[in-house]
Every structure is written in C-alpha cells, then in structure tokens.
Write a protein that binds this ligand. Sequence first.
Ligand code: NDP
Length: 406
Amino acid sequence: MKKRLMIVGAGGVGNVVVKKSARMDDLYAEIMLASRTKSKCDAIAQGSGPVPVVTAEVNADDVPALVALITGFKPDLLINVALPYQDLTIMEACLQTGVHYVDTANYEPKDKAEFEYSWQWDFDDRFKAAHLTAILGSGFDPGVTNVFTAYAQKHYFDEIHYLDIVDCNAGDHGKSFATNFNPEINIREITQRGRYWEEGAWKSTDPLAIKKQVDYPNIGERPSYLLYHEELESLVKHFPTIRRARFWMTFSEQYINHLKVLESVGMTSIEPILYEGIAIQPLQFLKAVLPEPSSLGENYTGETSIGVQLRGIKDGKERTLYIYNNCKHQSAYQDTKAQGVSYTTGVPAAIGGRLLAQGIWKRSGVWNMEQFDPDPFMALLPELGLPWEIVVDGALSFDEEDMIHA
Ligand code: NDP
C-alpha cells in the first residue's frame, strides 16, 4: 500500500526533499508540506509532482498544533527539515501520533550555541516502546558521510583508525557574503570552538584556528578549516576503533574576512540586545538581511565535493580509502531549482525517508545513519542524483602522524 509523507520546513532543503519525494509515485500516495510560512510551501508544491502535494501552515515549536495537523493528515512518516530548534517538539508530536521520524541536523537550544545528540538519544526508549523509528541526521554531513563510513567499514576495513571528513564548496554565487544553508545555524556552527577526537578524548581549538591544504577531486587544493561537526560524536561512539576523527571545511578568504568583521562588531552574537525597546538577537537580525540560501541557485557556478578519508587495517595490512561525491550547483538547479548545498542535503533526506517508508530501514528506536545497512542507501544515491567515487589505497591529504598541536 502506498504511504503518506509529511515534510516540515519549506526552506532550501525542504524544496529538494519535496521535489524528489513527489517523483516517487511508486511509494507515496500523498505528501503534505507544512511550514511557518504557507506561501513558501505553495510555491514549492506548485513545481512538484506527480505525487499530489498539499500544504499547511504550522508553528513546529508548538506540540499541540503539530499533533492536530498530523492527526488530520495521517502520515506514515515525517521528514523534519525545519531548523534544529524544532527537533524535540517534532519528535514529541511523532510519538504522540504514532508516526516515524527523519531529520538532517541534531537538536540545538535556541539560547545556547551548542549541539549534541544526547537530547535526541534520550527519546530512544520511548520510540522503542512505541515501535517507531527515528533516523537522525539524514543529510550529507551528517548523513552520507556516516553512510560512507559504514560502507567502508563493511566492505573495506577490519578496523578504521583515522577519519577525516573533508567538505569543500568550490562554488560561486556572485554575492559578497551569503551562507549556503540557514545563516543563523551556519554562523553558530562555525563561530564556536573547533573540536576533534584523538586517542579517546575530545580536544578543542579556537574557532577556525587550524587550517590545512586539502586536495579535492576535480577542484584542486583548497584551504580547509577544522570545525566541530555533529557526526563526529556518533561515529566515534559507533566505531570505537577510531583513534582520531576530524572534520574540515573550506571557506574563501572573502567569507572569513566578512565573518571576522561581523563577529568583531557583535553581529554574530545570540545574546539579546535592546533595540528601540525590543529585545532582538543580533544574529537573527543578520539572518534577516542576508540572502535566503534558497535564492542562490540560479547563478551558482562550480561544484561541491564532500567525502571521507580513512586509514586503517584490512587483513593485517594498512589500507587507505577516500570516498566522495562531487555535485555541480548547476546540475542541482536544473533538477530541482536548488543550489548544491540544499541539494546534497535534500536528496539524502528523501532517500532516508524512502528506505524507512519501504520498511528497509525500519527498526524501533532512535538511530544514527551508520547503524543501518549502508548498501541500499549507497545504491540509491547515484539514482537520485548524487553519484559517488571510491579510491582504495591511494594517497590521502593526511597521514597518521599528522597530529594537531593546538
Ligand atoms: P532554511 O532556513 O532555508 O529553511 C528552514 C525552514 O524551516 C524555513 O522554511 C522556515 O520557515 C521553517 N521553520 C523555521 N522555524 C519554524 C517553525 N517554528 N515552525 C515551522 N517551520 C519553521 O534552512 P535550510 O533549508 O537551509 O536547512 C534546513 C535544515 O537542514 C536545517 O536544520 C539545517 O541545519 C539542515 N541542514 C543539514 C545539512 C546536512 O548536511 N546534514 C546541511 C544543510 C542544512 P520560514 O520560511 O518561515 O523562515
């Protein structure tokens, strides 16, 4: 029997999840797209199909409002591509209504620039008792990077020892400063202290203090900065042989300079200030004046390259592996009218939803992506627009001695 899908969040990523899922007419009977601003849902629904897409307005911070909407539409599963602030209320509403759950980013409290899985892992017992599945982090990173690691472990390694996730956006959107996903979440992520795992402990660095040249396929060398990224937390937990785990992301000099100025004048702060008697968060105000990530697609050139570089042991011998996807912004735009960063997040979210709806990735409880069989997900990636490449025993950008002395 065909399934009913609800998607919450009508931003850059939501657009891609709706477009891709609405083409799955073998699987879905009807889709509802619900978000804070209904006109954005209607605009996305208009260009989507053949599965019918209905729309609704909802405040996803409000559990009773979500429960009422879900009870009326009766979805089998819900894909949450609103903001990380809404993860817990949406999970709660899914539990109250008996609906499976998928998201792409872990929970963050609004008043603290901090993210970790504990809040969502705490729902595990309740999801198990309700025989419901929650799949956490089904975007690209987290998401595909977790699946790449699980695939490498399954087919290529006895033990993974070193893991470096490398994320490059070599695109040009023609704006002097814009973020590729929600500006508030993006700036909170990159202005916090860097963190990485080494020999059984977390080590921390000043924000963007560590930089390395990384050679990206089809792009070349780019300066890449060490950041803390949420998938490191679940990957070191689920692959305990990992001795060092790090995450690297490219930023242009122009981007870093803008960010430094904005930071130095207080525009990236989340501490409320009083402006003409009204309390506002400078970062939320900044978001309001920056371009919407979903508006960047049309003139975006260049490509992204995101992958995992691994080092470890197979049959007693040392092994290296690099597994990655490159995605052209223009191909993403032609397929879904989205830029590459929304696309590389929305396609994996649609795949996570598909595997859950088909019952292939259905398992009671709260799970990270690397805890499922990676093979069906890896098979769907190229079919849905994200082909991947794998290089076994080639040179990597990092060697095992490449420790950081921060
Ligand atoms: P956008 O800001 O473009 O979209 C977010 C959407 O959520 C907007 O439509 C917004 O409504 C809606 N929304 C916000 N608050 C509420 C609320 N209280 N109730 C209902 N709807 C709400 O962000 P993106 O599309 O770029 O990102 C979506 C998610 O994807 C984020 O959680 C982000 O962290 C995650 N992400 C994950 C990545 C990965 O690789 N794993 C990479 C990139 C993003 P409105 O339009 O009214 O503002």
